[in-house]
Each structure stands twice: as C-alpha cells, then as structure tokens.
Design a protein around this ligand. Structure first.
Ligand SMILES: Cc1cc2nc3c(=O)[nH]c(=O)nc-3n(C[C@H](O)[C@H](O)[C@H](O)COP(=O)(O)OP(=O)(O)OC[C@H]3O[C@@H](n4cnc5c(N)ncnc54)[C@H](O)[C@@H]3O)c2cc1C
Length: 271
C-alpha cells in the first residue's frame, strides 16, 4: 500500500561502489555510495528512495549486478547463485561535491548475527570498493500548499526519510515528529529541522515488540497543533496504515493530505 509515487522522468541503473561507512548509533549504519554514475541521479528529494542491488556478503559466488532499468528481465536470465539481493533504501543525504550520496540502513537482529537479514548483513560488511547497483524509485511526499505545519511519523526504517524531509523543508513549515527507534542510544541530538519543530523520540524498551506500535499509539494519544497540516508516515505496514486510518477517521484529515508507505511487513522478508 502506498500513496502516489512520483517516479523520476528519466532514470538509469547506476553502477556505484561503497565509498565508506560509519555507525552513528547501535542500530544504524550510514553507507556512502558513489561513482561517476551519480551524475545521472535526478534529485527529487524528501523521501526519495531507490532499489539497491548487492551481493550477499555470505555468498562467495560472483554475483551479477543489473545494468538496465529492465532489471527483472536481466535477473530472470541469471542462475539463482548469480542473482543479487535487492532492498529499498532512502537517500539520506546528497553529496554532489563528492559524486556520492548516503543511505542509512537500520540494523535489525543485531544481537543474533546469524539470523540477521541480508540488508543488515550487507551494511555491516560493506567496505570501500564494494560494488552495488542503484535504481532511483522517486518520492511520494512533498508538503501540501496551504499547510501550516507537517506531521512526520515513522519507525527506524523511516528515520532516514524523515530526517531528509526535515532538512529539506522550508523554514516556514514546522514539523511535529514521532520517531520510534530500537533503543534510547539511537536517539539523535544533531537534528536539523525548521524552527518551531518538535521531535518526540520513542525508544522501544521491549526488544520483542513489533516495530511501529509505539509510534502509532503516541499519535493516537497526541494533542496536535491547530491548523491544516500534511502528513508523511512510513515504516512497518501497520504503522503507516494505522496512522492514516486514525487521521482520516478520527481527526477528519483529507486523504489527499497524507502520504503513507509500508516499508516492510513484520515477520516477512522482502523478496
Ligand atoms: C521506499 C522505501 C524506503 C525505505 N528506506 C529505508 C531506509 O532508508 N533504511 C532502512 O533501513 N530501511 C528502509 N526501507 C525498508 C527496507 O527496505 C526493509 O526494511 C527491508 O525489508 C530490509 O531488508 P532486510 O534484508 O534488512 O530484511 P528482510 O530480509 O527484508 O526481512 C527479514 C526480517 O526482518 C524484518 N524486518 C525488515 N526490516 C526491518 C526493520 N527495519 N526493522 C525491524 N525488522 C525488520 C522483516 O519483517 C523480516 O521478518 C525502505 C523501504 C521502502 C519501500
């Protein structure tokens, strides 16, 4: 489920390498991707995201990385072992001066590395020179004209998109932000946001809890500012759909003022 996605007018499969990585907090890894092909990335901003194609670090086979936007066709022609993993990540930060951009991968199942998912394993193992392919998938959110403020709600998978939205928002559009993170150590202190914004950090205390439940509950109980607002909500599917249902059903918000996207489904791996 999703709101209307604005796909780039022109796009091509980018052939990139990892330039570096750093771990800002226990459950996040920032990975910088770069190369000459970054010149072909059209910057639409806000929650702009793309598909990342990568070799599973546990798989020694020589993996094929697609070179065309018709990647599904290319991959069906490959044997199982040659097929790369594909996961979607938001563009956290553009670095045009370095022909690069950052993604931030939320690390889950970190306490049981054997069980960790491919995206998490890849981000932990990524080192300069690691080859990837990246295909821009555009964005779904842009502030609505006439809104006095914006509501941004997400769990850890949406933290990169929400921080990017905050950094790119006009100074005249304050935000009320509800951000659920896996632990208190994942709370950021260096947020750039429009003046008058409030960030409600919601660290989980129960490691087994379903991501997004805390944020949904917080929004349901919140006293929100007056005036028309536009919303971006993303993360675990029940969070995105739950926030939308609550805003429309109980707060009378117009559906057209809400951008919502399920980023993953609890208990189900991405294909
Ligand atoms: C448009 C878009 C933008 C996205 N941007 C980002 C981003 O910037 N950063 C980011 O980290 N993710 C982002 N995601 C979500 C990411 O693509 C999924 O979380 C993906 O499933 C991660 O792959 P994986 O290999 O880690 O886990 P998978 O192999 O897909 O899943 C394995 C298990 O882990 C669970 N799981 C998956 N993701 C999470 C999670 N984040 N937290 C807890 N449990 C999880 C699944 O339910 C499943 O049970 C985005 C998704 C979309 C559609």
């Amino acid at each position: 489920m999703a709101s209307r996605i604005q796909r780039p007018r022109k796009r091509r499969m980018l052939s990139l390498t990892v330039q570096g990585s750093e771990q800002p907090s226990p459950h996040f890894m920032t990975v910088t991707l770069g190369g000459e092909d970054v010149q072909y990335l059209e910057r639409s901003g806000f929650d702009q995201a793309g598909r990342l194609f990568f070799a599973d670090p546990d798989d020694a086979a020589e993996v094929f990385l697609p070179s065309s936007e018709r990647w599904i066709l290319q991959l069906t022609l490959q044997g199982g072992k040659q097929r790369p993993r594909v996961r979607t990540y938001s563009i956290r930060r553009f670095r045009p001066e370095a022909s690069a951009f950052d993604i931030e991968v939320s690390l889950h199942a970190v306490d049981s590395p054997g069980a960790a998912a491919p995206g998490t394993r890849w981000a932990r193992a990524a080192e300069p020179g690691t080859r990837v392919a990246f295909l821009d998938e555009g964005h779904s959110y842009a502030p609505v004209a006439g809104a006095a403020w914006q509501l941004l709600v997400g769990d850890e998978s949406a933290l990169p998109a929400i921080l990017a939205i905050l950094e790119q928002s006009a100074a005249s559009l304050p935000a009320e932000v509800f951000l659920e993170v896996p632990s208190p150590d994942d709370i950021r202190s260096d947020i750039k946001a429009p003046p008058g914004s409030t960030v409600h950090w919601l660290p989980r205390t129960d490691a087994g809890a379903k991501p997004g439940a805390l944020a949904l509950d917080a929004v349901r109980q919140a006293r929100l500012p007056e005036g028309r607002f536009c919303t971006f909500t993303a993360g675990e599917s029940s969070l995105a759909t739950g926030v939308r249902r609550h805003l429309v059903g109980e707060r009378g918000v117009a559906k057209s003022d809400i951008a919502f996207r399920g980023y993953f489904s609890h208990g189900r791996a991405s294909l």
